[in-house]
Design a protein around this ligand. Structure first.
Ligand code: NDP
Length: 255
């Protein structure tokens, strides 16, 4: 076995990717499978494209439907995964939504939907998966998708609920890392800057033009550029890293 396989390899591990049917989640799911993990995608619709991309390359992947805001659906999904795969080692808590709205335009229902999905959804999944890890003596890794928006508030678009949800994810991550260190469960977060995904194709060009001068690297990142950070956090390479937030943002948050 090569040094890289020994340190970053995930052979024999089962990794859950929420929201892995498209976008960042899909690219990370493929990366986890290439590192040797059996990948389980959780989303509300489907993961047909992700499954075919992984299995056509000889990797292992299947889909379990669940809405991460619903505790009963998450519990049922994890029970199904335990029945099929027998373990849960890694959770990439990636499912999330964003609403570009001024606070006066947004309703309280809009706020609740974003907080429910991005913060409470990650809490529900992390809590349920960690319980299973403890019951089974698994020293797992939970990776919560945050954002640079958890550190800075974006301009020129208004997205108060999103920014608040991601700041909550970063501090929830620190809190859970402390609480679960004694069980050998590591909890970290990932904070990307602007990443070009199918979703951002719909982003108006004038908004992208406004972002560029604010990004010291003058470009958006790619989902592929997030994969190595997730592999680090998922694998034994990060054995002493917990409660950390890894920022991958082309230096956006440096000024
Ligand atoms: P996409 O919209 O492309 O993908 C989001 C995924 O989340 C979809 O697969 C969707 O699947 C799933 N999802 C949404 N709500 C739920 C839910 N309630 N239950 C289960 N699954 C759900 O987004 P991105 O790939 O761009 O973003 C992924 C994550 O990365 C998000 O948390 C986002 O905040 C974060 N992020 C993105 C950045 C970017 O620039 N793109 C920058 C920084 C962070 P389905 O609809 O089938 O449920």
């Amino acid at each position: 076995m090569s040094y890289l396989d020994e340190v970053f390899g995930l052979a024999g591990k089962v990794a859950i990717v929420t929201g892995g049917g498209r976008g960042i989640g899909q690219t990370v799911a493929i990366g986890l499978a290439k590192a040797g993990a059996e990948v389980v995608v959780i989303a509300r619709s489907n993961a047909d494209e992700t499954i075919s991309k992984i299995t056509s390359e000889g990797g292992k992947c299947y889909f379990v439907r669940a809405d991460v805001t619903k505790e009963s659906e998450v519990d049922a999904a994890l029970a199904e995964i335990m029945q099929k795969s027998g373990r849960i080692d890694v959770v990439f808590n990636n499912a999330g939504i964003c609403k570009h709205q001024s606070t006066f335009e947004a309703s309280v229902a809009d706020w609740r939907e974003v907080i429910d999905t991005n913060l409470t959804g990650e809490y529900i999944m992390a809590r349920a998966a960690a319980k299973i890890m403890v019951e089974n003596g698994i020293h797992g890794s939970i990776i919560n998708m945050a954002s640079m928006s958890g550190t800075i508030a974006n301009i020129p678009q208004w997205q108060c609920s999103y920014n608040a949800s991601k700041a909550g994810v970063i501090h929830m991550t620190r809190s859970l890392a402390l609480e679960w260190a004694e069980y050998g469960i590591r909890v970290n977060s990932l904070s990307p800057g602007y990443i070009a995904t199918p979703m951002s194709v719909d982003t108006p060009q004038e908004l992208k033009d406004a972002w560029m001068p604010l990004i010291p690297m003058h470009r958006m990142g790619t989902p592929e550029e997030l994969v190595p950070a997730v592999l680090y956090l998922a694998s034994s390479a990060s054995g002493y890293t917990t409660g950390s937030d890894i920022i991958v943002d082309g230096a956006y948050t440096c000024f």
